[in-house]
Design a protein around this ligand. Structure first.
Ligand code: AMP
Ligand code: ZN
Length: 114
């Protein structure tokens, strides 16, 4: 909301490296990449995490996943595969409390998740 950095990026109050935008979401490059390719898919509506999301929010996430799948090979250049990660809470190392999906790829990822 007012003080949320991802709301500010969605509203273009803070510049970012925008890759894609539609009615539901934006995709930007992560400022601190942990893989050769590291994107963030951010819903335009503010909600904190998977625990607090509404049915409508969940539908939006479903649409986002479908769209990410559709543009993975072309726009995102992830034809050899990728990983989608959603962090939640302290143990999940969530640091920004506006739900987002990490899209990781561009190189061979480790089979271990932590
Ligand atoms: P999480 O730890 O799951 O909440 O992920 C937050 C992510 O947002 C981290 O990977 C950060 O590197 C990334 N991040 C923080 N600020 C920005 C920004 N201004 N532009 C792009 N990515 C950002
Ligand atoms: Zn927000």
């Amino acid at each position: 909301m007012n003080n949320c950095i991802f709301c500010k990026i969605v509203n273009k109050e803070i510049p970012s490296n925008y890759i894609y935008e539609d009615d539901d979401m934006i995709i930007i490059k992560d400022i601190n990449p942990i893989a050769k390719k590291h994107f963030l898919a951010i819903p335009k509506l503010h909600f904190s995490d998977v625990v607090s999301m509404s049915e409508d929010n969940a539908k939006t996430i479903g649409k986002m996943l479908k769209k990410i799948g559709a543009i993975a090979d072309s726009l995102l250049e992830l034809e050899k595969g990728f990983r989608i990660v959603m962090n939640k809470g302290e143990h999940g190392c969530q640091s920004i409390f506006h739900l987002h999906l990490h899209i990781l790829g561009g190189e061979q990822l480790s089979p271990h998740f932590n």
